[in-house]
Design a protein around this ligand. Sequence first.
Ligand code: ADP
Ligand code: ZN
Length: 485
Amino acid sequence: MMNQANAILNNVFGFEQFRESQEAIISNVLHRQNTLAIMPTGGGKSLCYQIPGTVFDGLTIVISPLISLMQDQVRQLNELAIPACVLNSSLSDIDYQNNLDGIKQQQIKLLFLAPETALQTNILDLLSHCDVACIAIDEAHCISEWGHDFRPEYRQLNRLIECFPTAVCIALTATATPRVREDIKRQLNIIDSSEFISSFDRPNLFISVVPKDNPYLQCKNFVEQHPEQSGIIYCQSRSGVDELTAKLKRDGFSVLPYHAGLSSIKRSDYQERFIRDDVSIIVATIAFGMGINKPDVRYVLHYDLPKNIEGYYQQIGRAGRDGLSADCLLLFGYGDTGKIRFFIEQMNNEQEKRLANVHLNQMLALAEAEDCRRSPLLEYFGEKSVKENCANCDNCTGESKEKSDLTVPAQKFLSCVHRTGQRFGASHIIDVLRGSSAEKVLQNQHNLLSTYNIGNEFNKKQWMALARQLIHKGLLNQEEQFGGL
Ligand code: ADP
Ligand code: ZN
């Protein structure tokens, strides 16, 4: 069967060879083994179900959260003469009926459905008359509350899978944290599945962070270093996008905005113009980029701090898809940290709040890292970075920055964590070190500890930065649920 898969890769898709993990994944699926495939964005997940879907005799159901992505794929597959279609309410009656007929007459190989559509009684009824060979769950992290994009509809998908016990199941995502991985397998009831985890490293991306001093000037200088090249600038807010776009335009740059406040006609027009190279720069909120496959984006600038590594990684991952070098710069300001913290404070759910704080701290560990920036990045995805020096981030290539000896403060901090019983979060530890008379300190009698009031050499912010470094270096563990150290 792999011969057939290879032939399809060459002759239908026109690619010379499989990427490293694609081959193993496809072979596993073709052998009807349930599969969990973790691959970075741009890694080539679609082929992992498109090719088995083409090889299998029966029908392959592909679950995907976004209508636009499904339509794109269907169009691409149809251009390659692979019979694929989508069923959703946006289709005209005629198209819907045609697609239904195609499915009933077993002409369709790949059927794309949103999760809520797949679980409709009429659709389940239709599918029960089909020979379903394979069920592919794309963006499978949506199933997990621990992921960054939880969608309750995804929780129901085990019902779909139960209906087709002979179909092989493949779940795909770019989120690799162990917790999310477990959740996906449990929720889909495919605990037995083999896992394939590709490396998340994108060695061609140069990763750098600079303090955000004069952001517009820094941004302008950076863009000027990339004349005529395509780039994306991410801002936190819509108003930020509009302001920055206006400034850049005034300074003569070829630039368009993108955010959810623009009409969908404008959004797709601007996106199209960026892809066609009519315009060089897109200034955008995180709404931009999902499913965009422009190979020659040469830089991504983060004008504001991302909330978590997940998002940051996805956004920089839109650069350099062609494998040529690309430049990623983050402007890092403590003001932004404060804004995100404020936003987190407004959350109602305590659990979500804690998780958001953990995620922010991981992001800060990257932004504040003194050694290779790839190490916190890859660590987040459960990988140990092999190389001490990646030779492609500011810390690895730069002239070594002034370093200071933090042994004593580190000892104080670790000792205080130990003496308070290894169950409090950083903020409490710092209160103890700085001799606070906060109720929580007094209640626990932590004012009686030898580590009480011995840490006034640092302010709270500086201690926090140290704590993050300790976590990042693996000298402290932070428990995800309550943030205890
Ligand atoms: P993902 O869904 O993982 O983000 P895609 O499936 O969209 O990634 O693939 C990203 C890009 O890589 C696409 O342009 C795709 O055509 C290309 N691609 C995938 N597999 C191969 C391959 N084996 N050889 C060459 N290009 C590939
Ligand atoms: Zn490095």
